[in-house]
Write a protein that binds this ligand. Structure first.
Ligand code: CDT
Length: 311
């Protein structure tokens, strides 16, 4: 029998600096109701879903940015989202900035089951951008200033009847992200993103190229690991800064089965058959039969490029 997870990729349009978490949560609830009406049982929201993409703003004193972080989850602002999810029997995943009790800052995503219990947490591994204000860029991307690299690795959870993993934005560009989850048999990777539509260091790289790289990364990760990929944007113009859309769902054959054509709040719903992962996992990407780990040592021995191994 088919193992169907009807997933809703719930894109958020822009969130301005001045918008409250309560207002964003109300928007997320509206999307959840729409997803439910369309038959979804699992809703996925973007990276840093509760606030504007604040790492674009430089602040000398980092502690002055702590108000963008959540020190508990759920909390007063997000409790209505958890309550609605439980009432609708909807599993969910969303991203937020996490401040731990011992003072660590992470870019985090959680998996919440349909009873409203947090069953999984992932902290972003590949932080893009820079630490200090960079005058050479058209806009700042200060994730390396405000977050620490995640300490979770890439776990996969038994969730919603399948094997589900999480990634966050820049992680989707790295093949290691998917492969580490692929080696745990992942059947669906869910991820959110906030991607500026222009490269801050290369003005000629605009939205067409950025969307191409986004699709390329998600499609390659899906195909090479025979997994569904659900990628969800925060999109549109936040206080004058444009984020691309491109919320999409990719099947385990690497094909895009749906993509939102706009930059507003909206849901993309698809009935994903987790058994569609079986063919790829048992044939061309049957890792156990085909991988040659004796030749992969550099992947973990080296971070950057080193001497060539040939002559
Ligand atoms: N949020 C996030 O990770 N955004 C990055 C932008 C990279 S440009 C510094 C991304 O990979 O989409």
């Amino acid at each position: 029998m088919a193992r169907i997870v009807t997933v809703a990729a719930a894109q958020l349009g822009p969130i301005q600096k001045a918008e409250s978490r309560e207002s964003v949560v109300a928007r997320m609830i509206t999307l959840m109701e729409e997803a439910k009406a369309k038959g979804a049982t699992f809703i996925v929201y973007p990276e840093l879903a509760l606030t504007t993409f604040f790492p674009r703003w430089y602040e000398e004193d980092r502690t002055k940015m702590d108000h963008w972080f959540e020190s508990s989850m759920p909390n007063a602002a997000t409790q209505p989202l958890f309550d609605k999810a439980r009432a609708l029997g909807m599993a969910m995943s969303f991203g937020y900035a996490e401040l731990t009790p011992d003072g660590h800052h992470f870019n985090t995503s959680i998996l919440v089951d349909k009873a409203g219990t947090i069953v999984g947490k992932y902290r972003k591994t590949h932080l893009p951008g820079h630490v200090e204000f960079d005058t050479g860029r058209t806009h700042q991307h200060l994730e390396k200033r405000y977050f620490e690299p995640g300490d979770t690795g890439f776990p996969v959870w038994r969730f919603a009847g399948g094997l589900i993993g999480m990634a966050i934005c820049n992680d989707r560009r790295w093949p290691e992200t998917y492969r580490v989850m692929g080696l745990q048999g992942v059947e669906m990777v869910v991820l959110g993103f906030n991607t500026p539509s222009v490269n801050s260091q290369r003005a000629g790289e605009g939205m067409e190229d950025r969307l191409f790289h986004h699709r390329l990364s998600c499609q390659a990760g899906a195909y090479q690991n025979a997994t569904w990929v659900v990628a969800v944007a925060k999109a549109g113009t936040e206080d004058g800064n444009h984020l691309m859309g491109g919320t999409l769902i990719v099947d385990p054959n690497g094909k895009i089965v749906g993509e939102l054509p706009h930059e507003d709040d909206g849901v993309l719903v698809h009935a994903c058959d987790l058994d569609d992962t079986v063919f790829g996992k048992e044939t061309i990407f049957d890792f156990k039969r085909h991988r040659r780990t004796e030749h992969y040592g550099l992947i973990t021995e080296r971070v950057g490029v080193g001497e060539p191994l040939g002559r």
